[in-house]
Design a protein around this ligand. Structure first.
Ligand code: HEC
Ligand code: HEC
Ligand code: HEC
Ligand code: HEC
Length: 186
């Protein structure tokens, strides 16, 4: 009996350690500003600036407009900025567990950023280190997403109450933020 108990305690300890390791390995959202620290150089395309100028950076603010309130009211929603039904497409990482949204002081995640870099490129805690970023294969292995049409359509679809037709080839040009210094071979 005592032996079994010791065994169980040991097993529980192993499970707990495994769970912790898994939690640490799970990528977290670090916020657009964290990416922007390295991606605001005009010579490399200033991706932070392009995103700030895009509609995506305003997607949370949009939920406070009279138009949003009207759209929400029709669905019986009082405050769209507090409603899961709206936030799911207007904010990065909505629905992810709170612990994976790394806000200040450790990170820069904030809902006010709306649809940030990581909505399209995936949560960045594991790939954002310089050594990883410089090696595209390693960055991908650590969760960096090369966004395709499917990524856009997670949000740009008929479930959006204001849905407009979405033609990927045209829409992707509107948000383009290429790095002129990167010799792309795709
Ligand atoms: C510590 C600096 C640093 C941070 C922080 C950083 N990056 Fe990068 N990133 C780089 C460097 C360096 C490259 C290689 C290209 C270059 O020189 O700009 C790169 C490349 C990329 C690429 C192109 C990959 C490819 O396949 O060519 C993407 C996309 C990207 N980063 C997105 C992000 C996102 C999203 C974040 C935030 C979660 C982020 N980066 C944070 C330094 C950084
Ligand atoms: C997490 C959800 C989400 C994802 C993923 C997403 N978008 Fe959006 N997008 C939005 C929201 C919400 C708006 C409206 C923002 C606003 O007006 O406040 C928007 C607006 C836009 C606009 C400006 C509106 C217009 O009609 O000109 C373009 C362009 C766009 N998205 C392109 C893309 C492309 C291309 C992708 C994929 C590479 C993509 N989006 C991925 C949620 C998303
Ligand atoms: C399935 C994803 C999705 C959901 C859910 C969603 N939106 Fe959006 N929303 C978008 C996208 C994508 C856009 C930009 C392109 C478009 O209008 O199709 C947008 C744009 C908007 C706009 C600007 C439209 C304009 O023409 O100016 C408003 C306002 C808005 N959404 C309000 C809401 C409200 C309120 C809710 C919740 C009741 C909501 N959205 C839920 C994806 C979504
Ligand atoms: C709406 C989706 C979306 C958002 C938001 C977004 N990106 Fe991108 N990003 C893309 C797409 C699509 C590409 C082109 C991928 C390709 O070349 O196949 C791209 C490419 C890149 C590249 C590679 C550029 C090159 O030419 O090598 C970098 C770096 C990058 N993004 C960084 C960022 C950063 C930093 C942010 C936030 C400040 C951000 N992105 C926000 C969709 C997005």
């Amino acid at each position: 009996m005592k032996k079994t108990l010791t065994g169980l305690v040991a097993l529980a300890a192993v499970v707990a350690v495994a769970a912790t390791a898994q939690a640490q390995d799970k990528p977290k959202f670090v916020g657009a500003e964290s990416c922007g620290m390295c991606h605001k150089n005009p010579a490399k395309g200033n991706q932070l600036g392009s995103w700030q100028a895009s509609a995506h950076s305003k997607a949370y603010a949009t939920l406070a407009t009279p138009k949003a309130k009207e759209v929400a009211k029709a669905k019986g929603i009082a405050d769209p900025q507090k409603a899961d039904q709206c936030l799911k497409c207007h904010v990065t990482g909505h629905g992810a567990e709170a612990a994976s949204l790394v806000g200040p002081p450790a990170g820069k995640y904030k809902v006010e950023d709306g649809v940030g870099c990581e909505s399209c490129h995936g949560p960045g805690s594991l790939y954002k280190a310089m050594a990883v970023m410089k090696d595209p294969a390693q960055a991908k292995a650590k969760g960096l997403v090369d966004p395709t049409e499917g990524v856009c359509k997670k949000c740009h679809n008929a479930e959006s109450p204001t849905a407009k037709p979405f033609v990927f080839a045209e829409m992707v040009k509107k948000i383009a933020h290429p790095n002129p210094a990167a010799a792309k071979t795709k």
